[in-house]
Design a protein around this ligand. Structure first.
Ligand SMILES: [Fe+2]
Ligand SMILES: [Fe+2]
Length: 366
């Protein structure tokens, strides 16, 4: 690894793709970055440093008055592509970084996965890398879809659910969503699947994203992902023509449709599956005021995972296209959920948490 001293002494024979200007050469993980040169902003040589022609510079420094002055003085020799690590919650820090010519902002302290992704995006992801990402997304969707297929087939044929395989697929989804972004995953689902499949995959990804943004433990996120994937499995026994019926349903038809949580949970109860997943599958249509089905549970009888799944299920149903309705934009879907919360059907705090998860993601990826 080259340090500023080596560079200043002209010891560099290879131009690095990225220059990192840091103020914590001891503990910052940024010093593990591949294909990069490093310079300490406190080093007096920094001001004389010939930056050569790297493709991007990363500033991993506190934006103190002194550091801002140094960065301003370096301005003429800096590459145009500049990543600043700042406290993204601080409006002031974001403004300061932007005024110093930031082309990308990432959170400080830096997480390497985020930095690597940001740099790849900034200095031009090669087609090969793009292809690899597409393969990974396809793989996670294929895994989820095939787990879903075997579950849907299983309930019709009486075959046992492959819990291990389903958990593996859920773990893959949990890894794919933060890596590629939920939007990218959803775009791909829309291309690949239709009707109930699409709905289950949509609920799965909304639940995964929401669980991660709530800071749930990984095992709980996987369980929530699994609950999302399985929640409507009972619909596999309902004729598609009935599920897609555009007009008003008769009482008898409604009764059949409303049987799906019980049918699904009965099928799953013969497998080794976490009780909270089973509960969420059976009770995802319950309401906090006791007006839901199948058991009319209310308030504290409905645990967190079930409440979270219910909110994700409603949100997903609102933003997706069905044979009988157009999709709602995310903001309008959140408004509908807020109305349901005011009416005592779902938990208001969860709706607000989902709103910030949805809108943070949208802003962050904009
Ligand atoms: Fe359902
Ligand atoms: Fe559903």
């Amino acid at each position: 690894m080259l340090r500023s001293q080596d560079l200043a002494a002209g010891h560099h024979d290879k131009v690095a793709a990225v220059i990192v200007v840091g103020d914590d050469t001891v503990s910052s993980p940024v010093y593990d970055l591949q294909d990069a040169d490093f310079v300490d902003i406190a080093d007096e040589k920094c001001a004389r440093y010939d930056f050569g022609s790297p493709q991007a510079v990363v500033f991993d420094v506190a934006l103190s008055r002194e550091n801002i002055a140094i960065i301003q003085s370096l301005n003429p020799v800096l590459p145009k592509k500049r990543v600043f690590s700042v406290d993204l919650k601080s409006f002031r820090a974001r403004i300061q970084a932007n005024s110093l010519g930031a082309t990308a902002l990432i959170n400080r302290p830096i997480r390497m996965r985020e930095l690597n992704y940001c740099i790849q995006e900034l200095i031009g992801t090669t087609q090969r890398k793009r292809d690899r990402r597409q393969v990974e997304i396809d793989r996670s969707i294929k895994g989820a879809a095939s787990a879903l297929t075997s579950m849907f087939d299983g309930i019709s044929t009486g075959a046992k659910l492959d819990v291990e395989g389903a958990l593996r697929a859920c773990g893959d989804i949990g890894a794919a969503i933060p890596e590629f972004g939920q939007e990218k995953w959803l775009d791909n689902i829309r291309k690949h699947h239709v009707s109930t499949f699409q709905h289950c995959l949509l609920v799965t990804s909304v639940a995964t994203m929401f669980g991660q943004s709530l800071g749930m433990r990984r095992a709980d996120v996987v369980a929530l992902t699994m609950a999302g994937m399985l929640h409507d499995i009972g619909k596999a026994t309902i004729p598609v023509a009935l599920l897609d019926k555009p007009g008003k349903l008769t009482d008898a038809e409604l009764k059949i449709i409303k049987s799906h949580p019980e049918v699904g949970s009965r099928y799953l109860s013969s497998t080794v599956i976490r009780p909270d997943i089973l509960h969420a599958v059976r009770h995802h249509h319950e309401a906090l005021d006791g007006s839901g089905y199948p058991d009319g549970l209310s308030g504290h009888q409905i645990p967190d995972m079930t409440r979270i799944l219910t909110v994700c299920d409603i949100y997903a149903a609102l933003i997706e296209r069905r044979s009988y309705k157009e999709p709602l934009p995310p903001a309008a879907a959140i408004d509908v959920l807020r109305t349901l919360a005011t009416g005592g059907k779902v938990e208001g705090a969860l709706v607000e948490a989902l709103a910030s998860a949805v809108f943070d993601r949208t802003t962050a990826s904009a």
